[in-house]
Design a protein around this ligand. Sequence first.
Ligand code: ADP
Ligand code: MG
Length: 323
Amino acid sequence: QHTINKIAAGEVVERPASVVKELVENSIDAKSSAITVEIKEGGIQFIRITDNGLGINKGDITTAFLRHSTSKIKSIEDLFTVSSLGFRGEALASIASVSQVEVISKTREEITGVRYVIQGGNEISKDEIGCPEGTTIIVRNLFFNTPARRKFLKSPGTEAGHISDLLNRLSLSHPHISFKYIYNNQVKLHTSGNNQIKDVIFNIYGKDIAKNIIPINYKTEEVEITGFIGKPQISRSNRNYESTYINGRYIKSTLIQKALEEGYKTYLPMHKYPFCVLHYKIESSRIDVNVHPTKMEIRFNNSEELFQLTKKVIIDGLRQIEL
Ligand code: ADP
Ligand code: MG
């Protein structure tokens, strides 16, 4: 059983950022309105996620760490239709198999909570404790029992950068949730959860970008595009300033990137990239789900139409910005 978990963990848990992704998505699925992520040393030594969500019942805590214990999604087709982010019920099991995990959780219905400790997949302790509603999960010493995988990790700074990118993306797609990111005791991001994407953009990118963006609001029968676009930005790494989401999920689509750049073409001298936060709502029948669920790539059935639509929306939007 442990060996199976360790192998499966390779798919879900590649680096500290994948741990944070799975845990924060669980917090989102649990209807939290505030999520705090605290990490030390790139998340390799220490990750702590605290949420104020539904919590886990004492009686369910052991099962939550078994593989395939999910009730959220039944098939891969559901991935872009159902509203929850988790889908295979293997995240907690995988994470616990390659690290030292401590969970503290309480549901509203229960008077006391539970503290559960599991290391390398072995249950260490399970105790009744007093604690607030919601869930705190601490992950220590990632890959402590799989040294080969630990060697693959980059420097703490690089790993922390991945986590920071991830939290930026998650807060842009969940403006109704307050996110707090603390790295080596410093608060790096704190969003209000007031449901204004514009305010999240201000939090992440600062005043200069936020003051020069315009809202996008476009709707056909099949596609809805909302969000913000702004002036092209100088970027160190390609496309640092492009975030696109399909039905709430962050994705990287070559098609959309190309359409964006075509739209921006006349405004894009060297080393400048579009600034955008775009949310697409597309009927799931229009999406080719024959892609690996953990990859962020995606294909569309009506790709030419989507390309032209994106380009048009960008060009129309840019006309309204002072460039
Ligand atoms: P999945 O998210 O695919 O269902 P996970 O392994 O990520 O699988 O989580 C297993 C189960 O543990 C979830 O289905 C959920 O019931 C519970 N769980 C995990 N994290 C939380 C949390 N932060 N708050 C409430 N329940 C949680
Ligand atoms: Mg999950």
